[in-house]
Design a protein around this ligand. Structure first.
Ligand SMILES: [Zn+2]
Length: 91
């Protein structure tokens, strides 16, 4: 997280103040932040990419999707081989 005022990477979560921040913005996923450098306070929506668990399923890394598709392809191949072998043994 980078401060929009001074572009320093010294931003931390600030405490919510008042009804709007506690309930309205919280429901919208917006959080207050404060910059340690310039003391600027600003509101920002939490970056979904910061949540590792959520980003893994909504946007999996290439190796993971390749692995999953590899497993699916092997499973389909095993089913086809199994059906063919069963038919061959029935003859
Ligand atoms: Zn700042």
């Amino acid at each position: 997280m980078i401060c929009p005022q001074c572009s320093e990477n010294r931003v931390h979560r600030s405490r919510r103040k008042g009804f709007v921040e506690q309930f309205v913005l919280s429901a919208a996923g917006v959080y207050p932040y404060r910059c340690s450098s310039c003391k600027n306070r600003f509101m920002k929506r939490r970056d979904p990419s910061q949540s590792a668990r959520r980003s893994l399923w909504s946007d999996p890394p290439p190796w993971l999707s390749a692995l999953l598709w590899g497993i699916v392809a092997v499973a389909i191949a095993l089913v086809i081989v199994g059906v063919v072998a069963q038919r061959a043994s029935l003859k």
